[in-house]
Design a protein around this ligand. Sequence first.
Ligand code: SF4
Ligand code: SF4
Length: 344
Amino acid sequence: MKILKLPKEKLDFFASVVQQFGEVHAPVEQDGQFVFKRLSRWSEARLDYNRTILPPKKYFLPQQQVLLRYRPEAGYVAEVQGLEQRLVLFGVHACDIYALNILDRVFAGKYPDPYYQARRRSIAIIGIDCRPDERCFCRSMRADAVEHGFDLFFHDLGDYYLTLVGTARGDDMVLATEPLFEAVDHTDIERYKQHSSAKRQAFSLEVEIRDLAEIVEMEYHSGMWEELGERCLSCGSCSMVCPTCYCFDVNDAVTLGSTAGSRIRSWDSCLFATHALVAGGHNFRDSRASRIKFRYYHKQRGFVAEYGRPSCVGCGRCIAACPVHIDITEVINQLRGVPDAGSK
Ligand code: SF4
Ligand code: SF4
């Protein structure tokens, strides 16, 4: 991997040149929170953000997406509009890049999804490191650093960004802005190591995930699921904001009076009361307790069995979004029997 450095006073110029690789989207402040959106000017970008309300997932698996249209005379025609539109996502945190790498295993693995894969190809990612706040536990989830899944990744070392070049497209960005980046020397590497160590020590929230999958399995009949079910509103906010939740529903919207229509994929949530409702009226998870238990089982146990790691990156979004303050770290601690867990 190529490692360079970009002096901070050259960032604005870099951002202006990088537009040739696609429409630039970055975190922007909105009503005291942050959202990824198209920049109307570079000064809007807030690279010092903590977390966005929705993760970058929204660009790769849109909340609602027409998959195909059908008409009797034309048959089924895949909807490809917008799939090849080039974007540059500027300022993606390591945990969110890690989450995309997890989604890759789902949508680009055994059952490849051409819509997701097209967006993955056409969207460039420029990562940036961050400082954890009181809701971040990405270090515990081994997602505080990424080795791949980005084109460029910037580490803020004070007056410059230590820059990792992750792909040929990232290299092209460097070449297109040729005089801006500089070679690094041993001093820069030492500085990076100190920076990395300081970040590790900055985490105030931690959970232990070793043997968590086994503990989750052992606690299948625990009364805590009923207690959580009593509190949970089944609103689905936790899964909507989660960078690794990918449940979706597919519906046909048929044009009235014809056999033409479109097939639409929309976000779904395993917390919704109808998620496991099948034809005939049977609901496999008809209680709130069974649904919240399922979410924890899928993320912390089922995903581990299938993909070798939990499908949680510790971004803290579900903690911030839950209207009744269900906190994943408290649930994990309670499962583990950590003293005082669940007392908040
Ligand atoms: S479960 Fe919560 S903390 Fe984990 S990745 Fe999803 S939103 Fe982030
Ligand atoms: S955000 Fe909270 S209340 Fe809403 S479904 Fe998730 S756990 Fe339940």
